[in-house]
Design a binder for this molecule. Structure first.
Ligand SMILES: *Cc1c(COP(=O)(O)O)cnc(C)c1O
Length: 465
């Protein structure tokens, strides 16, 4: 054994203790470090690959000096960019133990990991009000979940048209139509990956002043399409957290032939709170559902789940035949269900946080995020120089400058507050805008006040006079 490896093995408990101390110090500073430090460039000069390493202790020190100070407080309470969750204490512990056990949980030859994933999927199904007709699989994120859902949809189109896509390829389908109101960008990416092409996506008009699809317009588009289609319904859009009417869309299947995929990446969490659960009524009627877990469940990156009623088609797409893997059977191993063959025991962090805090604990996180978003929305509305662009429907505040809202001025505003709060740019209703998305378990009223104060100070500083 290489001497550095042998030395680290000999001192493993002390080294892990030191790593733990560094982690604890990082977490302790999370609320107070600049939310996004202003180090746009990597540290120069880039270091060459060491020929001789110096062991874990030296690597810890080098990381602590060179890289850790540049990391954002992405796990902290005022990182409102994109839709970003943190890691609950139990999720973090589960993630540490995932690496500790280092399982490749994909086959019944070594089944415990698969069984743990199945238990976790059952809990998630319950959490989101899905019935047992939905099977679930862990994947790395909502983009992958959408990709897997649309891959199953692609196979279903083949079934309807009497062609075998898994064997003969997507070209056998001819032109494919994917209809959606306000699809997330990852849907186009998925269509490109799947050989259906980004142009397969047809935007359907939304309701006036909304991001929710106009169901009557969707029905017209379905009537005009020849043959079976795919509909991507959106449950929680990233700009204004708008929801398509899932029950009404599902009801169109009485008259039209389509696969219903629902992108509920973070919107599915509305199901946890009785006051908001109506927003995702009908979710169970979908053929496939995407839910992200590294957003509002607050497990570390990377984690999402993909639900579907047609596990048979899923296994047809992702079947990984090999002599040592055996037949698929009624409950195919995970190796036959996603683009990945080997993968980490990703379910464990979700298992830990659900076991530790239960439905009520996670409901409280969702409720507090919604309360925080509403409070920031009210503060923005009350701030001279800022203008809300949409009502705060759930957990995102979408706003702009009242005067001269150019992307440059909005970028300057975001930069001005970036030590205190991280906001990301968007366009909404033809306007350049900023978004603040609430999905971190640490965010409190005090964080909202701090963010509102930073914003109003920055607006005054930016004023043209
Ligand atoms: C975040 C998000 C995605 C993509 O998720 P990743 O986890 O970044 O892959 C897809 N759809 C919606 C609605 C999202 O919010």
């Amino acid at each position: 054994m290489h001497p550095e490896l042998a030395a680290d093995l000999a001192h493993l408990p002390a080294l892990l203790e030191e790593t733990r101390r560094q982690a604890v110090a990082f977490l302790a500073g999370l609320a107070d470090r600049p939310v996004v430090p202003r180090h746009p460039d990597p540290p120069a000069p880039a270091q060459p690959l060491p020929e001789e390493g110096e062991g874990l202790r030296a690597a810890l020190a080098a990381f602590g000096e060179r890289w850790q100070p540049r990391l954002s407080a992405g796990a902290g309470p005022r990182y409102f960019g994109f839709v970003t969750g943190g890691a609950t204490p139990a999720a973090l512990a589960g993630d540490w133990l995932t690496s500790t056990a280092d399982q490749n949980s994909n086959s019944s030859l070594d089944p415990a990991g698969q069984h743990l994933e199945a238990e976790t999927v059952g809990w998630l199904r319950d959490l989101f009000g899905l019935s047992p007709v939905h099977d679930g699989t862990f994947v790395s994120g909502a983009t992958m979940s959408n990709t897997v859902g649309l891959a199953i949809a692609r196979e279903w189109l083949g079934e309807r048209l009497g062609v075998d896509v898994a064997e003969d390829g997507a070209a056998a389908l001819g032109r494919v139509r994917v209809l959606s109101g306000s699809a997330h960008s990852s849907v186009s990416k998925a269509l490109s990956v799947l050989g259906l092409g980004r142009r397969a996506l047809t935007a359907v008009p939304t309701l006036p002043g909304r991001e929710a699809v106009d169901v009557a317009a969707l029905e017209r588009a379905l009537a005009e399409a020849e043959g079976p289609c795919v509909v991507v319904a959106n449950a929680g859009t990233v700009n204004t957290v708008d929801f398509d009417d899932l029950s009404a869309i599902a009801a169109l299947r009485d008259r039209h032939d389509f696969w219903l995929h629902v992108d509920a990446a973070f919107g599915a969490f509305a199901a946890l709170v009785p006051e908001h659960a109506g927003l995702v009524a009908g979710l169970d009627l979908a053929d496939s559902v995407c839910v992200d877990l590294h957003k509002w469940l607050n497990v570390p990156y990377d984690s999402a789940v993909q639900f579907t009623r047609r596990r048979d088609l899923q296994a047809k797409v992702f079947r990984n035949a090999a002599a040592y893997l055996g037949p698929l059977g009624e409950h195919p191993d995970l190796v036959h269900l996603t683009p990945e063959n080997s993968h980490r025991l990703r379910a464990l962090a979700a298992w830990f946080t659900l076991r530790a805090y239960g439905r009520a604990g996670h409901r409280e996180i969702v409720e507090r995020c919604v309360t925080g978003a509403r409070a920031l929305g009210e503060a923005v509305d009350a701030t001279d120089g800022l203008r809300l662009l949409a009502p705060v429907r759930l957990n995102v505040v979408c706003f702009t400058l009242a005067e001269d809202p150019t992307p440059e001025r909005l970028a300057a505003l975001a930069a001005e507050v970036s030590d205190e709060a991280f906001l990301t740019p968007t366009r909404y209703g033809g306007q350049a805008a900023l978004r603040a998305a609430f999905s971190n378990w640490r965010t409190t009223d005090a964080d909202v006040r701090r963010t509102a104060t930073a914003l109003s100070g920055a607006v005054r500083k930016l004023a043209p006079n």
